[in-house]
Design a binder for this molecule. Structure first.
Ligand code: NAD
Length: 500
C-alpha cells in the first residue's frame, strides 16, 4: 500500500483497543512489574489512554540485571562469533523495517510527532543504525603494539558486561538504537529504560529482537519512572556501564550514582542551546532562513540540537527574520496522524505547561514576541503550541540560556563574526552550532572557535551514522554514533607476552 494513502486514524483506533503491550521484558519474556504496579500511557495527540504500562521498581531492576549478568557470563551472546552477532542484528533490523508502520504509529501516538516523520525519520534511522553496527562488528581488528624484540603486546577490546541504557522521549527509538546497536554488537547485555512518556516502541522492540534470535537475557526493557528505575540502575553494583541521553540535570545525577556505587562507566548525551549564526556575507539567505526554521520547528523543537538561538548579523537580520516568520506561518500545529502535518503535539501536559511558562518568561524579560506564543487545538484534548519567535533577545536572558525544548526561537542580533562567536560560546552547553558565510577564511576560523561537538557550515543538522554525535561542556561526555561509540561499550585490554 502507498504510504501516503494509509488511514492512520483508523489504524490508531484498532491499535488502542487494548492491544498495546505495556509490560516489561525480562529474560526473554514479557512480565508485569513484581508488585503489579502500572501507570497510564496517555497520548498527547488527543489525550486518549493508550496502555497500562508496567511501573517497574528496584526489585525489577535486580531481576533484569541478574538476567543480563547470567547471559553475559555464560557467553551465549558475549562470546559468539562476531559474524553470528552480525547475522542476528541484521535480522533484528529487518524485523524493525517490516514492522515500520506499526512502530511509526506507536511512536506518534505515544509522543506526538507527525506520523510522516516517525516513518521517514525515526523508523528509517533506527533500521539504518542497527544495520551499520551489525556490519561493522565483523570488520574491526584489534591491535598489535610496537614492542621490544622477544615480546608481543596485544591491545584487544572486550565488552563491558551489563550496560544500562536510560533514554529520553524525543526520538524514543533512535535514542535507544544509538545505544543498543553498538552495545549489542560489541557483545554486551543491555537493560533499556525508556522514558515514562514514551515506553511503547521500546517494549515492542524487545519482542522483535527475540524473534530475530537475540538470546534471552541479552536485551531487557524496564519501563517506569526515573527515580524508580533509572536511579537503581545507576546505583547498581552489578551494572558495568550506564549510557544516558536526557537532560543535563539528570545526567549529573548519573555521575553521582556512579561515584556512590561501583564507579561504573558513564556516557552522557545531554542538553543544548545551540547557536545558529547567519553572517552578512551569507550568499543564500533563503536557504539559511529555511534551515533556521527547520532547526527549531522540526520535531516540535524537541531536539537536543535545536538551533534555538538564531544569531543574526545586523546587516541581514530583517531579511532573515521576515523569511523565518513566513516559514513559521506555514508550520502551524496539525493532527499528527495526518501525513501532511509537519508540526505535531508536544510530548505531554507537563512539558506543554513548561514551554508556555518559558514563553511568559521571555515576555517578562522584555523580548518581543513576533510570532506564535499560544497553545492551540485545545478542543482535541492534545498538547499543541504554535511556532514561536522572540526578537530583541539578549544572550543573558533566561530564554537564551536555558533549554526550552519546544518550538521557541530567540533572535539575537550582532555586529560582527567575533561578537557572534562570543555570544555562541557564552552558554553552559556545547552540543551543536552553525555558521552561514561564503567566506572560506571566516568559516574555518569560526568552526575552530565554536565550542561544540558538531559544527554545521552552510547547513544545519546534517546527519549520518558514520560521524560522532555528542557535546562539549555540559552537553555531555562521550559520543554516540560512528565507530567511536564502541569506546563506550568496550574495555581495552593490554596483554603482554614474553616469547621464548
Ligand atoms: P530527562 O533527563 O528528564 O529524562 C531522561 C531519562 O532519565 C528518562 O528515562 C527519565 O525517566 C530518566 N530519569 C529522570 N529522572 C531520573 C533520576 N532521578 N534518576 C535516574 N533517571 C532519571 O530528559 P527528557 O525530558 O526525557 O529528555 C529531554 C532532554 O534530553 C533534553 O535535555 C535534551 O536536550 C536531551 N537530549 C539529548 C540528546 C543528545 O544526544 N545530546 C538527544 C536527545 C535528547
Amino acid at each position: 500500500m502507498r504510504r501516503d494513502t494509509i488511514r492512520w486514524a483508523e489504524r490508531a483506533a484498532l491499535l488502542t483497543a487494548g492491544s498495546i503491550e505495556g509490560r516489561a521484558f525480562i529474560d526473554g519474556r514479557y512480565t508485569a512489574a513484581l508488585d503489579g504496579a502500572t501507570f497510564q500511557s496517555r497520548s498527547p495527540v488527543d489525550g486518549r489512554v493508550l496502555a497500562d504500562v508496567a511501573a517497574c521498581g528496584g526489585a525489577d531492576v535486580d531481576r533484569a540485571v541478574a538476567a543480563a549478568r547470567r547471559a553475559f557470563e555464560d557467553g551465549r551472546w558475549s562470546r559468539r562469533d562476531p559474524a553470528e552477532r552480525k547475522r542476528v542484528l541484521l535480522a533484528f533490523a529487518d524485523r524493525i523495517e517490516a514492522a515500520g508502520e506499526e512502530l511509526a504509529l506507536l511512536e506518534t501516538l505515544d509522543m506526538g510527532k507527525p506520523v510522516a516523520h516517525s516513518l521517514a525519520v525515526d523508523v528509517r534511522a533506527t533500521v539504518a543504525c542497527f544495520r551499520w553496527y551489525a556490519e561493522a562488528i565483523d570488520k574491526i581488528y584489534d591491535e598489535i603494539a610496537p614492542s621490544p624484540a622477544g615480546t608481543l603486546a596485544l591491545v584487544t577490546r572486550e565488552p563491558l558486561g551489563v550496560v544500562a541504557a536510560v533514554v529520553p522521549w524525543n526520538f524514543p527509538m533512535i535514542m535507544a538504537a544509538w545505544k543498543l546497536a553498538p552495545a549489542l554488537a560489541a557483545g554486551n547485555s543491555v537493560v533499556l529504560k525508556p522514558a515514562e512518556q514514551s515506553s511503547l516502541t521500546a517494549i515492542r522492540l524487545a519482542a522483535l529482537a527475540a524473534e530475530a534470535g537475540l538470546p534471552d537475557g541479552v536485551f531487557n526493557v524496564l519501563p517506569g519512572f526515573g527515580p524508580a528505575v533509572g536511579q537503581p540502575l545507576g546505583l547498581h553494583m552489578d551494572v558495568d556501564g550506564v549510557v544516558f541521553t536526557g537532560s543535563t540535570e539528570v545526567g549529573k545525577l548519573f555521575l553521582q550514582y556512579s561515584g556512590q556505587s561501583n564507579m561504573k562507566r558513564v556516557g552522557l548525551e545531554c542538553g543544548g542551546k545551540s547557536p545558529h549564526i547567519i553572517l552578512d556575507d551569507c550568499g543564500d539567505l533563503d536557504a539559511a532562513a529555511e534551515a533556521a526554521a527547520d532547526a527549531i520547528f522540526f520535531n516540535q523543537g524537541e531536539m537536543c540540537t535545536a538551533g534555538s538561538r538564531l544569531v543574526l548579523h545586523r546587516a541581514v537580520k530583517d531579511r532573515v527574520l521576515d523569511r523565518v516568520l513566513a516559514h513559521a506561518a506555514t508550520r502551524q500545529p496539525g493532527d499528527p496522524l495526518d501525513p501532511a502535518t509537519t508540526l505535531g503535539a508536544l510530548v505531554d501536559e507537563t512539558h506543554t505547561r513548561n514551554v508556555l511558562s518559558y514563553i511568559a518568561i521571555g515576555q517578562e524579560e522584555g523580548a518581543r514576541l513576533v510570532a506564535g506564543g499560544r497553545r492551540v487545538r485545545e478542543e482535541t484534548g492534545g498538547c499543541y503550541v504554535q511556532p514561536t519567535v522572540f526578537d530583541g533577545v539578549t544572550n543573558r536572558m533566561r530564554i537564551a540560556q536555558e533549554e526550552i525544548f519546544g518550538p521557541v526561537l530567540s533572535i539575537i542580533t550582532v555586529d560582527s563574526a567575533e561578537e557572534a562567536v562570543a555570544v555562541a560560546n557564552d552558554s553552559p552547553y556545547g552540543l551543536a552550532a552553525a555558521v552561514w558565510s561564503d567566506n572560506v577564511n571566516t568559516v574555518h576560523k569560526m568552526a575552530r572557535a565554536l565550542r561544540s561537538g558538531m559544527v554545521y557550515v552552510n547547513c544545519y543538522d546534517a546527519d549520518g551514522i558514520t560521524v560522532p554525535f555528542g557535546g562539549f561542556k555540559q552537553s555531555g561526555i562521550g559520543r554516540d554514533k560512528s565507530l567511536h561509540a564502541f569506546d563506550k561499550y568496550t574495555e581495552l585490554k593490554t596483554t603482554w607476552m614474553k616469547l621464548r
